[in-house]
Ligand binder design. Structure first.
Ligand code: CAA
Length: 403
């Protein structure tokens, strides 16, 4: 049976996150982004409200919630501010490789202390490097075996929450000659000698999230910081992104919805030629398309999360959700600015921030071009040359035409 209703527990969590965003995010987001400092106060409140670390199993101190539930929180917080939502949900990304590949002992030792205290603590997902963005397999950071442990050398960039993180999940090459098969994933405590935070990026939008360089210089880590096996690193990174791209899609859905709501409210309030501007088809048709896009984004997102929750590989669906929802957020933001006219372009109104914030959703956690590559590689595999579609090409049984 297909059921599009959220369960009672899911509905309660969604409502709690929406109330949190209404009370603690939306009223402060625009002012906070001008302060140029980490929005610790809001993130601490989100932690205390139980809106972080949802996916960590109960046995190690987490809430044991589903990916679908995580997306509900991200949609609600994203509605308030995409940057704050990114800061709040970033532990999902940082801890996902550890949850995928680590043993229960490793989780208890390295993750439990970060999620059970009174003060919010952070992890950071360290994959990207200056010369290795879309081509994740080409990273240059190295891990060299020394005794029972490892020595990490290299530099990562664009790392969300890096300056406040206590633990980094770091992807490094143990043997550059092996390409992606030589990659491994490690946990690197941020207080170890040789771990330094470098340049913090100045961005167009999502100013309420922080991305910095992390530099590793001869960092000695114990053997139990290795997650899974040598050679598993690339697949752990890809499996992580399959999960977390649904989270980005959820933030994007929140942004897209906020654009609909702000534009519709404005269209009812703003009068020109003696009537609300929403009475014009030029505006009302835009509103309908914006809302339709948002609803489609929401259900692609929830479906991608539901697949993962049910143990079904969702590479294609999470890529669909990520690119469709973030494209919807961007398009809705542009149209929200347009509907609000001159007011849409002013800092005092929410539309210009929505537009700046939306752009990053099309870029981080894999650009939308990379998402289309991920999805199309699955589609091509689903349709091999010998697939019986019921239609016979004229050349079947003979050599295919050489074009
Ligand atoms: N699950 C399991 N295995 C997977 C997989 C998945 N989702 N995707 C690929 N693999 C496996 C493949 O099966 C293959 O294994 P075999 O050789 O055993 O068959 C292996 O991994 C290599 O796969 P590909 O040949 O497809 O790899 P590729 O080098 O062509 O790259 C890519 C694929 C999709 C382009 C990948 O590099 C990618 O996702 N790039 C984008 C990286 C990215 O999203 N970065 C964002 C960083 S995080 C961030 O932005 C957040 C922040 O803090 C700002």
């Amino acid at each position: 049976m297909v059921d599009f209703k959220l369960s009672l527990g899911e509905e309660e969590l969604f409502n709690k996150a929406k109330e949190f965003a209404h009370e603690h995010i939306t009223p402060v987001a625009a002012d906070l982004e001008k302060q140029d400092e980490y929005p610790m106060d809001v993130v601490q409140k989100a932690y205390e409200a139980g809106l972080m670390n949802l996916h960590v199993p109960k046995e190690v101190g987490g809430q044991g919630r589903s990916l679908l539930e995580e997306t509900l929180v991200s949609e609600a917080t994203g509605y308030g501010c995409a940057g704050l939502a990114t800061s709040i949900m970033c532990n999902n990304l940082a801890f996902a490789p550890i949850l995928i590949g680590a043993t229960a002992e490793q989780l208890k030792k390295y993750v439990s202390p970060l999620i059970t205290g009174k003060k919010v603590q952070f992890g950071a997902f360290c994959l990207t490097e200056r010369e290795s963005g879309s081509d994740a397999a080409s990273i240059k950071t190295t891990a060299t075996k020394e005794g029972d442990g490892w020595v990490i050398n290299g530099a990562k960039c664009f790392i969300t929450n890096a300056p406040v993180a206590s633990l980094h999940s770091v992807f490094a090459s143990t043997d550059p000659s092996k390409g992606y098969k030589g990659l491994a994933c490690f946990m690197v405590p941020a207080d170890l000698e040789g771990v330094e935070i470098g340049y913090t990026e100045k961005k167009m939008g999502q100013k309420n999230s922080v991305q910095s360089e992390v530099i590793f210089t001869d960092v000695h880590i114990p053997g139990d910081c290795l997650i899974g096996n040598i050679g598993d690193g690339f697949k752990i990174a890809m499996m992580t992104l399959d999960k977390t791209r649904a989270g980005i899609a959820a933030i994007a859905t929140g942004v897209a919805q906020r654009c609909v709501d702000e534009a519709a409210k404005f269209s009812n309030v703003r009068r020109q030629f003696g009537k609300p501007i929403g009475a014009n088809q030029g505006i009302s048709f835009m509103l309908s398309d914006m809302d339709c896009r948002t609803e489609a984004a929401r259900w692609l997102t929830r479906y991608a999360a539901w697949l993962a929750d049910n143990g079904i590989r969702n590479s294609k669906e999470s890529a669909f959700a990520k690119y469709f929802a973030s494209d919807a957020a961007m398009q809705n933001a542009v149209e929200c600015v347009q509907i609000m006219g001159g007011y849409g372009y002013l800092e005092e109104y929410p539309a210009e921030k929505l537009m700046r914030d939306a752009k990053l959703l099309q870029i981080y956690e894999g650009t939308n071009q990379i998402q289309r590559m991920v999805a199309s590689s699955v589609i091509l595999k689903e349709n091999p040359p010998d697939k019986d579609t019921g239609f016979r090409y004229q050349y079947e049984g003979r050599d295919a035409p050489q074009i």
